[in-house]
Every structure is written in structure tokens, then in C-alpha cells.
Design a protein around this ligand. Structure first.
Ligand SMILES: NC(=O)c1ccc[n+]([C@@H]2O[C@H](COP(=O)([O-])OP(=O)(O)OC[C@H]3O[C@@H](n4cnc5c(N)ncnc54)[C@H](OP(=O)(O)O)[C@@H]3O)[C@@H](O)[C@H]2O)c1
Length: 341
């Protein structure tokens, strides 16, 4: 069993901690933070998703703060790292890098970082569908951002089946996550004025041969990004062929606007109706009607639930780094445990 600590229990960390706890080939050894945010308090509470897990402090000021917050702290993360195999670092950008240099590297502990971490934090930028094998045996891996994860999943499906000559994606991004009410109220559409935006190179970190350019804006919503994608195909494909390629991708769902799922709000409601915890949707959702092929050019629109899409890939990254399973077996195991069909 691989001993895992999740460090930084916010939007991503609390979900990763719960996901790790559900796996039968790894143990959630502990969670670690520097203060008792709502996610940490709820997760450790008797009904919480990681109740009973030991809590560590990521540094001595954090230990003082957690104790002041009346949390039971087992001790400093640093003092138990020799018993830990891997830390999934879900701390805010900037802290990840100092954690790598001051905690993980000196203790010889493997670590997984998230999308906001600097690119040079790990040689391998990871998406389970697109490049699982590159993380095999690695000590440090960065799971790419929510936007990059959805583009890597969909692009790798299309590229493997038909070849991608070049691609353009227009990204409409949420202004903030649901608990990030400090970012709002927002009544504005904010363009990323750097053109092309950084999202294209982010996808190329996972799929280096892909010719992709991206543009992005931010809009005042909290549940989900939407991407509008145009691809010049290398080989012929019909719309049905493309839908089939997406259906074969274990973390892409096809949703029908005609059946009533014609907006991000309707998909949000679908997740609530299905009883998905927190209305999480770790699959990328492609709107069926938008999949169009015209004279060798493929178009589609998909939705990304930013808070949950990177969670299954974070679990698969652990399996790859410890050579526990093949790509297909890991994806299947993770999907089964998280209810992804
Ligand atoms: N949110 C998304 O939609 C999303 C999607 C994909 C990837 N990501 C990436 O995931 C990473 C985490 O983002 P997030 O949205 O989960 O952030 P978040 O909600 O702000 O959570 C970060 C957590 O880390 C804690 N923390 C701060 N300093 C720490 C330290 N020194 N040691 C341990 N924990 C510390 C924070 O505590 P305090 O609250 O007390 O500061 C908070 O609990 C980032 O790289 C981000 O870019 C985020």
C-alpha cells in the first residue's frame, strides 16, 4: 500500500483526499494544512469524507494556528515524512515550490503538484489519458489544470482516432469557484489579453506535437468553464465517428441539448439530480449537437467542471509513479471508485 498525504485541503485537496481514501491500493496516511478552513473542518467532522484521518500541520505557524482553531493536530508534516510515500500538494501557487524544496526533496518523498504550480516544478506534466506512461517511476509530477485536462482528454481522443493537423480553442472561464465569494459579485467579461493565451502551451506540455492556439475570457459564473474547439483533421471522419471516439474515452461524456441539458446550469442540475457529491462532474461533457464536421474541419463545444475534473488524474498519477497499474487498469479502478461511468 502506498502511503499518501494530501497537503492543502481547499477546493482540490479535499476532493483528492476523499478520492484517495476510496482506493484499495493506497492509504490516506494524513491530511495537512495551516489553518482550519471550512473544507478541512467538514472533511474531518463525523459525517465528513475523510473523518478519522490524522491531521498534520505543514509548518510550525500552521500548527499554532490549527491549535488555535481547536483542531487536534498529530504533529508537523515534516516529522512523519519518512513514513510517507507521496504527498499530493494542493496548496496555492508559490507554496508548492517551497514545499518541494524544503519538505519533499530533503525527505526523499515523491510529490504531485496541481495546475497552478510553476511548470518547472516537475519534468512531467500529466494527464492520465494523454501521457500516463511518462509519469511511470517519476518522483515529481504536475497534474495539469482543469482547462488543460479537458483539452488533453478530448484532443487525445480525436488525435489518436483521426490525427489533428491544427487546433484552436476558445475558452470561456468561470470567474471563481463556488466558495470563492471574495472574487465577486462580478459583472464583467474579462479577456485574457495575452494572445494566444497560455492554455495552448499548457496542452503542448502534455501533447508536445499538437499544434494548438487558444483565446480565453472570464465570465461571471461559478460552475464550469466552456470551450469552443475547432480542429483541422488529418484524416477523414464523420460526426458519428467523432462521437464514437468521444464515447470510447472513459472520462468524456456526451450530453444532449435536445434532451434538456442545453446549458452549464442544466448539467449542474443533472449532477444534483444524480446525487453526485457537491454536484461534482469529473468528466468533460461534450454537447452532442455541437459535434460538426465540415470539409475536414471538426467543431465541438464542451464543459469542464473546474473543481473536480483533475481529481481522477491525481489518483492515476500516484499509480503511475509507483508503477502499480497500467494506464487502462488505473483509469478503470479510479473511475469505478469515483462513480465515473
Ligand atoms: N480551484 C480550481 O478550480 C482548480 C482547478 C484545477 C487546479 N487547481 C489548482 O489546484 C491548486 C490548489 O487550488 P485550490 O483552488 O484547491 O486552492 P484553495 O481552495 O485556496 O486551497 C488551498 C489550501 O491550501 C492551504 N494552504 C495555504 N498555505 C499552505 C501551506 N503552507 N501548507 C499547506 N496548506 C496550505 C489553504 O489554507 P488557507 O485557506 O488557510 O490559506 C487551503 O486550505 C492550485 O495549484 C490551483 O491552481 C485549482
Amino acid at each position: 500500500m502506498v502511503n499518501v498525504v494530501v497537503n492543502g485541503i481547499g477546493t482540490i485537496g479535499k476532493r483528492v483526499a476523499e478520492a484517495v481514501k476510496k482506493q484499495d491500493d493506497m492509504t490516506l496516511y494524513g491530511v495537512s494544512d495551516v489553518s482550519a478552513g471550512q473544507g478541512l473542518r467538514t472533511g474531518l467532522s463525523p459525517e465528513g469524507g475523510f473523518h478519522g484521518t490524522d491531521l498534520y500541520a505543514s509548518n510550525s505557524e500552521g500548527k499554532e494556528q490549527l491549535e488555535e482553531d481547536e483542531m487536534h493536530v498529530e504533529g508537523l508534516l515534516e516529522d512523519v515524512l519518512d513514513e510517507v510515500d507521496v504527498v499530493v500538494d494542493c496548496t496555492p501557487p508559490g507554496i508548492d515550490k517551497s514545499n518541494k524544496e524544503n519538505l519533499y526533496r530533503p525527505h526523499g518523498v515523491k510529490a504531485i503538484f496541481q495546475g497552478g504550480a510553476p511548470d518547472d516544478i516537475a519534468e512531467v506534466k500529466f494527464n492520465a489519458d494523454a501521457n500516463y506512461s511518462e509519469a511511470v517511476g517519476e518522483d515529481f509530477v504536475k497534474v495539469v489544470s482543469c482547462n488543460t485536462t479537458s483539452l488533453s482528454r478530448t484532443m487525445s481522443a480525436v488525435d489518436e482516432a483521426f490525427g489533428v493537423d491544427e487546433a484552436t480553442a476558445n475558452l470561456v472561464r468561470r470567474a471563481g469557484d463556488i466558495p470563492q465569494d471574495g472574487r465577486g459579485p462580478v459583472n464583467s467579461t474579462i479577456p485574457v489579453t495575452e494572445v494566444p493565451s497560455h492554455h495552448g502551451p499548457d496542452v503542448q506540455a502534455v501533447m508536445p506535437d499538437l499544434d494548438i492556439k487558444t483565446l480565453a475570457v472570464k465570465v461571471p459564473v461559478t460552475y464550469g468553464h466552456v470551450h469552443m474547439v475547432t480542429v483541422e483533421l488529418e484524416n477523414e471522419a464523420s460526426e458519428e465517428d467523432v462521437l464514437e471516439a468521444f464515447r470510447d474515452q472513459p472520462r468524456v461524456n456526451i450530453e444532449s441539448a435536445g434532451e434538456g441539458f442545453d446549458s452549464t446550469a442544466k448539467l449542474h442540475e443533472k449532477m444534483r439530480d444524480l446525487g453526485r457529491k457537491r454536484s461534482d462532474m469529473p468528466e468533460a461533457a461534450v454537447w452532442e449537437e455541437t459535434v460538426t464536421v465540415d470539409d475536414g474541419t471538426l467543431y465541438w463545444i464542451h464543459m469542464v467542471h473546474q473543481e473536480s475534473i483533475v481529481v481522477p488524474d491525481s489518483v492515476d498519477a500516484i499509480r503511475a509513479m509507483f508503477e502499480l497499474e497500467s494506464k487502462e487498469a488505473s483509469i478503470e479502478k479510479t473511475n469505478d471508485s469515483l462513480g465515473i461511468e
